[in-house]
Design a protein around this ligand. Structure first.
Ligand code: HEC
Length: 128
């Protein structure tokens, strides 16, 4: 497998570091974005769309439709948001829109922080 390193523009990275906010509130901002940008409209138990739950997945691995298994890390989440058609989660369809050009670098970091923060939660029971 070929790895890829995500390089942030130094200015974005500095801004990220200099926001002076503790990780907790970055994740909270990410949670708000997750709702405001419509992610939760698909990635929630009650959604009419069939999308993978994102609770309890960060830091584990994600099986893909093409048979590969990739680590659920920052690289994968970032690509899922910007290039959703590149790696399709196993059992799902390529219906997620790309957010390229619609989210700032900072907002992507906040969404990643949010997914990280719910990485230890249990996925909701979809049978209920
Ligand atoms: C129209 C419904 C829809 C919206 C809106 C949507 N997604 Fe998705 N998302 C999906 C579907 C369906 C998949 C599985 C297919 C794929 O991998 O593209 C997916 C896959 C993902 C994955 C990979 C999950 C895995 O288990 O491999 C992540 C991470 C993700 N989305 C995050 C987001 C974030 C963050 C947003 C908001 C910025 C968002 N999604 C908005 C439908 C959606």
């Amino acid at each position: 497998m070929i790895g890829r390193v995500v390089v942030m523009e130094p200015v974005d990275y500095e801004r990220w570091l200099n926001t002076g906010r503790p990780a907790e509130s970055i994740a909270l901002t990410g949670e708000r974005l997750f709702r405001e940008r419509g992610c939760s409209g698909c990635h929630s138990v009650n959604s009419k769309f069939h999308a993978p739950p994102l609770e309890g997945v960060f830091g584990k691995s994600s099986p893909l439709e093409n048979g590969e298994i990739v680590p659920m890390d920052e690289r994968y989440v970032r690509d899922s948001i910007l290039l959703p058609g590149k790696e399709i989660a196993k059992g799902y369809q390529n219906i997620m829109p790309s957010y390229a050009g619609q989210l700032s670098e900072e907002e992507i970091m906040q969404l990643i922080a949010y997914l990280k923060s719910i990485g230890n939660q249990n996925p909701p029971d979809e049978s209920k």
